[in-house]
Design a protein around this ligand. Structure first.
Ligand code: ATP
Length: 323
């Protein structure tokens, strides 16, 4: 392997820049070339690439988003699109890819490998933490910190007005952001897709807290919650308790932005280097991740198909603390 291409694909996440930087500098360290591919797979199809040296990735470790940009490429889902991508890969003499993104991006890379035998290693970059094979994904820790900062602010208003605040947080079909930010921000209840929730239980929890003298509450709702949208849930609670002063806040895309936390920068740096080292050892179709604070590689099919379980102990912690 003489030249590695790096791209970011799918939703952006804080720390992606730190991962790109690590890939580029590891390439230099191991005396090979690196090239940045713009806008995920779209850049391969359109031949939008830039040669990158160690100094080209200065001053980005602290920046959110991804300076290579990211895109959802429909054309890469077609055989013709992938053929174009492969032709440009050859033209630019790219021998292997580091794909920073989520499971969709890994699926694309896997299909590309099956068709054209292009070695690749995936690096999990998504705030949702919903990828198997790593304890943490790049961007998750920053998103958590953004969420608790926002909820802390909502709490000021909730307490001043005796309000019940429903806060919707991201996470796709997973409740990691909701559960952890909910615990950290002292939520009265946390609704996550992995658990069977009911409006009755939620009301009971709110009533119980009222009885013990609580005058305001925060309820964190994961976007993938099966009971329905945060607005529907709030409406149902309001029906049962017309006396509650209820407000709904959807945090939305602020959760995806911002300067990456220390943990995300370090994680991204480790995984970016691991991906390059893996490729140089002729590893392919793997995802670099972190387990018990050690770098590990997981077969990409497992990373795509399997799911990390929600930690039951964390659910217990949340239940005990909302007494
Ligand atoms: P996030 O979890 O942040 O959304 P993701 O990587 O899962 O990130 P997707 O939009 O699912 O995001 O996938 C990113 C890109 O990967 C797609 O736009 C497409 O170009 C490519 N891709 C996804 N699935 C496939 C597939 N089955 N075949 C070919 N390419 C695919």
């Amino acid at each position: 392997i003489k030249k590695i291409g790096v791209l970011t694909s799918g939703g952006d996440a804080p720390g992606m820049n730190a991962a790109i930087r690590a890939v580029v500098r590891a390439c230099k360290y191991y005396d090979i070339s690196s090239i940045g591919i713009m806008q995920g797979y779209e850049g391969l199809i359109q031949d939008d690439v830039i040669e990158l040296g160690p100094r080209d990735v200065k001053n980005i470790i602290n920046q959110g988003g991804t300076f290579l940009k990211t895109a959802r490429s429909d054309e890469f889902r077609t055989k013709e699109g992938r053929q174009k991508a492969y032709d440009n890969l050859k033209k630019n003499e790219i021998d292997a890819l580091v794909v920073i993104g989520g499971d969709g991006s890994f699926t694309g890379a896997n299909i590309f490998h099956q068709e054209f035998n292009v070695p690749f290693i995936g690096v999990p970059g998504t705030i949702d933490n919903d990828i198997f094979g790593t304890d943490y994904t790049i961007g998750y820790d920053t998103a958590l910190n953004t969420v608790i900062e926002a909820i802390d602010k909502l709490r000021d208003t909730a307490t001043s007005h005796n309000r019940v605040f429903f806060v919707e947080v991201m996470g796709r079909d997973a409740g990691f952001i909701a559960l952890n930010s909910g615990i950290a921000s002292g939520a009265q209840d946390i609704l996550i897709p992995e658990q069977k929730d009911s409006v009755e239980d939620l009301c009971e929890s709110l009533e119980r807290s009222e009885e013990t003298g609580k005058r305001s509450s925060i309820v964190v709702v994961a976007e993938g919650e099966q009971l329905g949208s945060v607005f529907e849930i709030a409406k149902q609670v309001q029906k049962r308790h017309p006396e509650y002063d209820i407000r709904v806040t959807v945090l939305g895309h602020i959760q995806r932005g911002g300067s990456p936390s220390c943990q995300d920068r370090v994680l991204a740096s480790r995984l970016g280097i691991a991906a390059v080292e893996g490729l140089l050892e002729n590893k392919t179709n793997l995802m670099a991740g972190i387990r018990s604070n050690k770098v590990v590689f997981t077969p990409i099919e497992e990373a795509i198909k399997k799911h990390n379980e929600i930690d039951e102990e964390l659910i217990k912690v949340s239940n005990i603390l909302s007494i």
